[in-house]
Design a binder for this molecule. Sequence first.
Ligand SMILES: [Zn+2]
Length: 161
Amino acid sequence: MNNESEICFAAEPTLGKLAKWLRILGFDTSYEPGFSTKKTMDSGRKNRILLTRTERVRDGKLPQEFIFITPNIPFEQLREVIDTLGIIYTDTRPFSRCIRCNTRIQPVDKESVRGNVPDFIWQTRDIFQICGRCRRIYWPGSHTERSHDIIMRLFDRYDNR
Ligand SMILES: [Zn+2]
């Protein structure tokens, strides 16, 4: 895969969990739960790969690149995207993006987040990051411990192939 070009996605409203996972992996993924398929397609015109479960999109002639998502289970959906595009672990930047609003998160001074994170967390962590858009604060482990395991499971499969 070409590491120079960044892969961007536009996910349909039915693919919220998949969108969240792609953001966890660091991919720029637009996702608006209120958008129609048509509107999601329009939002995808700026070089985003449309992720769709709509059969008429699959069967129609689309000017933009798309992946028709077959599985129902989010983990399998993620695997389908990774497999289709040949994405490997080094193409990802896990935990670099806000899972709520898709913005890249930035390092933030520990002192400045005091009172905005649980006291226990503030006392036990030294590294914090913040989303410049929605102000959500992240720290190592805040994306949930399970995420890391799932990412490893996702890519082990490809490493061993
Ligand atoms: Zn955010």
